[in-house]
Design a protein around this ligand. Structure first.
Ligand SMILES: Cc1cc2nc3c(=O)[nH]c(=O)nc-3n(C[C@H](O)[C@H](O)[C@H](O)COP(=O)(O)OP(=O)(O)OC[C@H]3O[C@@H](n4cnc5c(N)ncnc54)[C@H](O)[C@@H]3O)c2cc1C
Length: 659
C-alpha cells in the first residue's frame, strides 16, 4: 500500500512516511496466533493499545524491565516468560478486534494515552525521557521537533537566508527543519548527490552496524525496511527518498564545495566562497551557516615507508574502485575496524589470498540476524497494524539511546587492565566465551583474537560468525605484527616477513579529529577556526564556538557515541538548536548570537571529566575518539537526556551574547 501523505500535506503529522491507512486483516485466528508468537511483544502491545484505545493492556507488570540490554538487547525488552505468555494472550485478542472491527487507521492519542505508552516502554520515564519520546513518537498528542514558529510571522520583512553545507544525514535534518519554519535556505553539496558517507562508501559488504530502525529520523519513520541492518545502498535510497518526499532537492546546489567563510561584523553576514568543478569561485552572503560536513569523510591513509614504490593497486575503503577485479588476486586489508569487518567476509570467497593486518582485535556483540531479511511476520505487522513500524522504531530508539552505557562506566576502585568494572568484566567474559567457541579448532590464535582492552574501549561490531569464519579460511591470514614498509610487490612486517599482495585496501578510517577541514572559517576577530582550535576541536554541544556567530556545527566535536546513543537523535537535537537560535536572532532583531567563552569552557570541563570515567577515555587505550593531545574530542559521555536538555533547555540570555 502506498504511503499517502507527507508532513507538509497532513496537518499535525510530522513524518514524511506517514500513512493514513493500512491493509485490512482478513487472516484466521491460527494465523494471527503465529504472528503474535513472532512479534516483539512490547511493540505489539503499544501498537495495539494505540489503535484500540484500550490502555488497560499496558499492565504495569508487563513493562519491559530496565535496562533493555547488557551485552545484547534482551528479547521482548527482558519481559519474563510469564509476562510474555500473558502479553501474547492480550495481543491475540486485540489483533482479532482489529480484524473484526476493521480497525486499519492510526488513531490520534491524547495526553494521558501518550504518557501511558511512554511509561510502559520506559518503566516510568522521568520528565526528560517523556519529552524525548514525545519527540520520537509519531502518534504523540503533542509531538515535539517541528519548530513552533514561522519565518513569515517573525521576520517577514527581513532579508535573511541560511547556508547549509553538506547534504548527508545531518544536512538533510537541518534542511527539513528550516523548511518547516519557512526560513529561506540554500544547501551546498560538493558531491553529485545527497547521502554523504552512504554515497561515498560502496565497498563490498557495506551496511549499518546499528539496527536499521534506530538509524532514522523522527520525521522520516520508514517502516518497510528490507533488512534488520540496512545495506549501504538502502540507506542511500532512504536519504534520497526523504529529500524527494520533503521537497528539499530544489534548494541544493550539487557539485559545489564551500571553501571559505568569513563573518562581516559590520553587516552581520557570512561571506561564503564556493568552488564548482571547473574551479570557478563565487561569493554568497548568508546570515547564518549550518555546517553539516561530517567527519568520516576524508580518508586516513597511514604513512608507511615505500608506499609509492608499490606496483599493485592501493585503495581506501571509502574510495572503492569497482573496476579493480579482486577475483584470483592476493589482497591485503589494513585494519580491523568497522569497515574491514564488513569487507573481509564479503571478499574472502573470491580472492586468491586475503591477508588481514590487525593492530587490535574488535569486540563484537552477537547479532545472529546481521545479514537477515526482515522476517515475514514483521513485514505482515508493518503492513496490517497501524504504526507498528513506528512503535518498533520507538522501542529500538529507546534501547539504542540507553544502550550499554552502564557497562562502560569506570569503577574507580577497579584495578584490572582488561575491564573497567564488575559489569564490564561480565560483558568481557560473555563475549570471550563466544570467541572461544568460534575459535575452538584454532585455540592457538585466541591471544590475537580476544582484545586486551576493555569492552567499550572502541566501537563494538555485530557478530553473526562471519568474521571468525572468514579468518579461519585456508586462504586467509591474520597478521598482528605491525607493518613497517611496502615493497614493490607487498608489505613487510616488523618480524621481517614479506607478505606478497596485488591489492592493498586501507580500512584505516578517517581524519576525524580535523573537524571541518579544509574549509577556512574566519570569525569576528579575524582568526580562523583552525587557529582557534589548534588541533583540539571544542564546541559547546558540539555546535557553537565563541567568535563565530550564527555558525552551527552538526555532529561536531563530542557528539559521537561508542556504546549508547543514536546518531540521528544527536543530529536532530543540534539542528533543532540551530533553528531555534535563528529564531532568537529574528525575534530579537539582532545580527547574530554567539556562545560565551566561559560557557564553552565549563562545558568542555564537564565533558572531559566524564569521558575520563568511561572505558574509551582510559589513557592506555588508543582509539580514533582521542585527538593527538589524547583528549576525547569525539564522544558524548553522558546519556541522551543530557544532550536533549543542553540543546532544548537553552539560556539564550545568559549563555549567549548578541551581535
Ligand atoms: C562506512 C560507514 C558506516 C557507518 N555506519 C554507521 C552505523 O551503522 N550507524 C551509525 O549510527 N553511524 C554510522 N556511520 C556514521 C555516519 O557518519 C553517520 O551516521 C552519518 O551518516 C553522518 O552524516 P553527516 O551528514 O553528519 O556526514 P556525512 O555523511 O559525512 O555528510 C557530509 C556531507 O558534506 C559534504 N561536504 C563536506 N564538506 C563540504 C564542503 N566544504 N562543501 C560542500 N559539501 C561538503 C560531503 O560531500 C557529504 O555529502 C557510518 C559511517 C561510515 C563512514
Amino acid at each position: 500500500m502506498p504511503f499517502t501523505a507527507t508532513a507538509f500535506e497532513t496537518p499535525g503529522v510530522d513524518d514524511v512516511y506517514w500513512r493514513e491507512e493500512y491493509a485490512k486483516i482478513c487472516e484466521d485466528d491460527a494465523f494471527l496466533a503465529q504472528i503474535v508468537a513472532q512479534a516483539d511483544l512490547p511493540t505489539l502491545l503499544m501498537a495495539l493499545s494505540a489503535v484500540t484505545g484500550d490502555m488497560t493492556m499496558l499492565r504495569p507488570h508487563l513493562r519491559p524491565p530496565f535496562p533493555p540490554m547488557d551485552t545484547v538487547a534482551h528479547a521482548h525488552g527482558g519481559m519474563s516468560e510469564a509476562a510474555q505468555i500473558e502479553a501474547r494472550a492480550l495481543a491475540l485478542e486485540a489483533l482479532k478486534q482489529l480484524r473484526d472491527e476493521g480497525l486499519n487507521r492510526p488513531r490520534p492519542l491524547d495526553d494521558a494515552e501518550t504518557r501511558a505508552l511512554i511509561d510502559f516502554l520506559t518503566s516510568d520515564a522521568g520528565e526528560t525521557d517523556a519529552e524525548i519520546l514525545t519527540h520520537e513518537m509519531d502518534l504523540a498528542a503533542k509531538k515535539l521537533g517541528a519548530p513552533g514558529w514561522k519565518f513569515d510571522d517573525v521576520a517577514s520583512d527581513r532579508e535573511f537566508s541560511v547556508a547549509v553545507i553538506g547534504t548527508g544525514m545531518s544536512g538533510i535534518g537541518a534542511m527539513y527543519r528550516l523548511k518547516q519554519a519557512g526560513v529561506p535556505f540554500t544547501a551546498f553539496e560538493k558531491n553529485p548527490d545527497v547521502g554523504g558517507v552512504w554515497l561515498a562508501n560502496t565497498y563490498p559488504g557495506v551496511r549499518l552496524d546499528t539496527p536499521t530502525f534506530g538509524y532514522s529520523f523522527s520525521f522520516a519513520q520508514r517502516a518497510d525496511w528490507p533488512h534488520a541492518f540496512a545495506t549501504g545502498s538502502e540507506i542511500q535510497d532512504y536519504a534520497r527518498d526523504i529529500v524527494a518526499r520533503a521537497g528539499l532537492r530544489e534548494n541544493i546546489h550539487f557539485g559545489v564545495e564551500v571553501v571559505s567563510l568569513k563573518w562581516d561584523e559590520s553587516t552581520g553576514y557570512w561571506d561564503v566562497v564556493t568552488r564548482t568543478g571547473n574551479d570557478e569561485l563565487a561569493h554568497h552572503r548568508f546570515n547564518a551557516v549550518i555546517s553539516a560536513v561530517g567527519q568520516l569523510e576524508r580518508p586516513n591513509i597511514p604513512e608507511i615507508e615505500g608506499q609509492s614504490d608499490f606496483k599493485g593497486v592501493r585503495m581506501h575503503s571509502a574510495r572503492w574502485n569497482h573496476d579493480v577485479e579482486l577475483r584470483g588476486k592476493r589482497v591485503a586489508v589494513i585494519g580491523t575496524g568497522a569497515s574491514a569487518y564488513q569487507i573481509v567476509p564479503a571478499i574472502v570467497g573470491e580472492v586468491e589470498h586475503l591477508t588481514v593486518f590487525q593492530r587490535s582485535g574488535p569486540w563484537m556483540v552477537p547479532a545472529p540476524n546481521y545479514y537477515d531479511d526482515t522476517p515475514k511476520a514483521m513485514r505482515w505487522l508493518v503492513e496490517h497494524v497501524p504504526c507498528y513500524g513506528q512503535w518498533f522504531r520507538l522501542s529500538a530508539f529507546y534501547q539504542a539511546a540507553t544502550g550499554r552505557l552502564h557497562t562502560a562506566i569506570i569503577d574507580p576502585n577497579w584495578n584490572r587492565e582488561d575491564s573497567v568494572s564488575a559489569k564490564n568484566l561480565e560483558v568481557r567474559e560473555s563475549l570471550t566465551k563466544i570467541l572461544r567457541e568460534q575459535w575452538k579448532n584454532h585455540p592457538e590464535h585466541l591471544d590475537k583474537i580476544v582484545p586486551t582492552y576493555p569492552p567499550g574501549g572502541k566501537r563494538m561490531l555485530r557478530d553473526n560468525g562471519v568474521w571468525a569464519a572468514a579468518l579461519q579460511r585456508p586462504n586467509a591470514t591474520l597478521v598482528t605484527h605491525p607493518i613497517v614498509r611496502f615493497t614493490e610487490t607487498g608489505l613487510v612486517t616488523e618480524d621481517g616477513v614479506e607478505h606478497p599482495v596485488d591489492v592493498v585496501v586501507y580500512a584505516t578510517g578517517f581524519t576525524a579529529a580535523e573537524f571541518l577541514d579544509p574549509m577556512e572559517i574566519r570569525g569576528v576577530s579575524g582568526q580562523t577556526l583552525k587557529e582557534y582550535w589548534k588541533g583540539d576541536a571544542k564546541a559547546w554541544g558540539g555546535i557553537a564556538v565563541p567568535d563565530f556567530p550564527n555558525f552551527f556545527i552538526l555532529l561536531g566535536p563530542n557528539t559521537n557515541y561508542v556504546v549508547h546513543g543514536s546518531q540521528h537523535f544527536m543530529m536532530e537535537c543540534a539542528a533543532e538548536f540551530a533553528v531555534e537560535s535563528i529564531h532568537q536572532v529574528l525575534r530579537r532583531g539582532i545580527k547574530g548570537i554567539e556562545v560565551k567563552q566561559e560557557v564553552l569552557d565549563a562545558f568542555v570541563e564537564r565533558v572531559d571529566a566524564e569521558n575520563q570515567r568511561r572505558a574509551w577515555g582510559r589513557s592506555q587505550i588508543s582509539n580514533w575518539y582521542k585527538n593527538r593531545f589524547g583528549r576525547v574530542s569525539q564522544v558524548w559521555p553522558f546519556s541522551h537526556r543530557e544532550y536533549w536538555q543542553l540543546t532544548h533547555d537553552v539560556d539564550f540570555d545568559g549563555d549567549f551574547k548578541s551581535h
